[in-house]
Design a protein around this ligand. Structure first.
Ligand code: SF4
Length: 346
């Protein structure tokens, strides 16, 4: 019989498993604690009776991803991690240090099917979705590596998290659990390119997490090209779902807007964006584009970024320009992973 992987189960799921072994439910909480302290060997779970340890060894295991390589920025404390999965796929995560704590940007899928025009993660398509254990491990292994508590999590690495919905919800449940990482939902951001039905579904969960929407264009014609999912869920439908999210969670939405020279950084685009978002409880995050080798797009000039920001401010939109971190270690989405996968293949 195939063994069951206990990493990535919620406490409730682990409890069902433990009860099915004829053990009292409270044992699940003990095991859950050990797993998210990083223990993978049942022999080291010193408060479990010998009979249970033997049963667990026979029927289950605790998976753990390994660090394949890491790259430390020379400019700041940003570290990019490449993790090797049990099926030899590679994913990337980024650790960043801020005045308010340590954040990790987590991947939710190997590659991505969404085809955003400026993103390296999607060039080879989607390989597979990650399970909740592989998502949690990105936090666990980095925390062990840096020996500091991770306080903030953004699910903004490779993949569209809302297309890996059930595993995403389990992941959020585990990292929020006081028995595991105890990371407040308010310090967790889920980023989507705009999967409308799943935004509504997430709103109905009633979790106070921040939703970050990759907008990148103020009108459908342009967004169709930059974020192809827009052909399925156009801007007005997307904004309707965002309004629903705000009503349900009372949380401000962040709109991501990567500024690409001569594509979406004109004054007209800024004015259209401001009119589109007027009155919405939101914040706009302008991102100086990290150019991707395989794509032609260029980053906007600093003066155009400033002007774009001023126009949004003038219309009363809350806006900041994303602080660049780790640009010297190919921090653009998916870029480093692709170069390493090519190296591995060679
Ligand atoms: S930006 Fe995000 S959703 Fe779009 S292709 Fe890249 S990883 Fe996928």
């Amino acid at each position: 019989m195939a063994k069951t992987n206990l990493k990535g189960m919620t406490v409730e799921e682990l409890q069902d498993f433990i009860v099915s072994l004829g053990e009292p439910p409270y044992r699940a909480r003990q095991i859950f604690r050990w797993i998210y302290k990083g223990v993978t060997d049942f022999e080291k779970m010193t408060d479990l009776p010998r009979t249970l340890v033997e049963k667990l060894k026979e029927l289950s295991y605790i998976d753990k991803i390994g660090i394949y390589k890491k790259f430390q920025s020379r400019k700041d404390a940003t570290v990019k991690y490449l993790f090797l999965l049990s099926d030899n796929n590679i994913i990337e995560s980024v650790k960043m240090e801020h005045s308010y704590g340590v954040s990790v940007c987590v991947s939710s899928q190997v590659g991505c099917a969404m085809g955003c025009a400026f993103c390296a993660s999607t060039i080879d398509g989607l390989k597979r979705s990650l399970n909740s254990g592989e998502m949690v491990d990105q936090i666990l292994v980095i925390q062990e590596d840096i020996k500091k508590r991770i306080s903030h999590v953004v699910i903004m690495g490779s993949g569209e998290p809302l297309l890996n919905y059930d595993e995403l919800i389990k992941f959020l449940n585990i990292i929020n659990s006081p028995l595991a990482f105890n990371i407040s939902y308010r310090r967790i951001t889920v980023s989507t390119c705009g999967i409308v039905p799943e935004i509504r579904r997430l709103a109905d969960e009633g979790l106070p997490i921040t939703l970050s929407v990759s907008l990148h264009a103020p009108e459908d014609d342009l967004r169709d090209k930059l974020v192809p999912v827009n052909r399925r869920y156009p801007i007005l439908e997307l904004l309707d779902a965002c309004k629903y999210y705000i009503i349900k969670t009372n949380r401000r939405i962040t709109f991501e807007y990567a500024l690409i020279s001569d594509v979406n950084d004109s004054k007209e685009c800024a004015v259209k964006l401001a009119r589109l978002l007027k009155g919405l409880l939101c914040h706009v995050n302008l991102i100086p584009l990290n150019p991707v080798r395989e794509r032609d797009f260029m980053r906007s000039k600093p003066e155009n970024i400033r002007l774009f920001q001023e126009i949004l401010r003038h219309y009363g939109i809350s806006v900041t320009v994303r602080q660049e971190m780790g640009a010297d270690i190919e921090a653009a989405c998916g870029q480093l992973r692709r170069s390493i996968m090519n190296e591995v293949k060679r």
